[in-house]
Ligand binder design. Sequence first.
Ligand code: PEP
Ligand code: MN
Length: 337
Amino acid sequence: MVVIMKQGVSQEEIDKLSAALTEKGVQVNPVYGTDVTILGLVGDTSQIDQDWIAANRNVERVMHVNEPFKKANRKFHPEDTVIQVGDQTIGGKRLAMIAGPCSVESREQICYVAREVKARGANFLRGGAFKPRTSPYAFQGLKYEGLELLMEARKETGLPVVTEIMSPYDIETFVEEVDVIQVGARNMQNFELLKELGKTQKPILLKRGLSATIEEWLMSAEYIMSSGNERVILCERGIRTFETYTRNTLDLSAIPAIKKLSHLPVIVDPSHATGKWWLVEPLARAAVAVGADGLIIEVHNDPANALCDGQQSIKPCVYGELMEQLRPIAQAVGREL
Ligand code: PEP
Ligand code: MN
């Protein structure tokens, strides 16, 4: 961290601030210029509140030299994190292909879709039991019954289950029943939920918030990791922009950016990013090409009558075609399906 003092600040004030900073456990290296003095802080600055320094009336500006996230930072963990989920991995050479309906609707539906996507190469099943809907009058999910049905589909197909948690009250149940716990875009900054999930050892699929910057997203991962759970998978699912033609705007640049900044695996959700079923295929191909570690895709047996997100859901046969299109792209970037 670098602190730039205001012009003409007295030595006494500089010494006062330096002493306060030293007390916080960092080494202060002053550089005296002709007009201004700069303080270089060396050591663990993660515990020092930048705003506290900026509030000092003798300070002109405070700048971070290093990123504020530590545990998620590639600088301190150069090798890629690979997360083991049963006999599957996320972040390794093989792409994690997560597929299934937006929400669990019935035993027949979830088991049928699970069988269909598995036959076409998916290695994880998705399905929402607790749904974060914009309207309180919209279908809210089958809740605990939905979780039971997901477990039945897992039993039948062997596919590990990915499903969204909405409340810290359900953590115990999710830890018992689910393989990967999803934190949805709307809860990316629900810090109490993140801290509680950090006390578990379950893999957490952390979706990017609707309007979150890459740094805010990584800081949310940091909440989970600093609470004790380092098994975090990031998911780019599109961000809000001025464009309304698509549901969101898929930020493909976030994938190589995350790869540079962090060691955590990062996957892409082209379904929520675009909100249009026919855009899922081209953006899934692009996601694999830019280095995503996997894809989470909404697949429904009957999209026209889906209780949630039918407009962006593809049918199992389309999912099968997509898998075939992805194969040569995956191979070209050194991955496999
Ligand atoms: C979902 O995956 O069904 C979902 C609600 O996604 P998001 O949180 O990205 O909107
Ligand atoms: Mn959905």
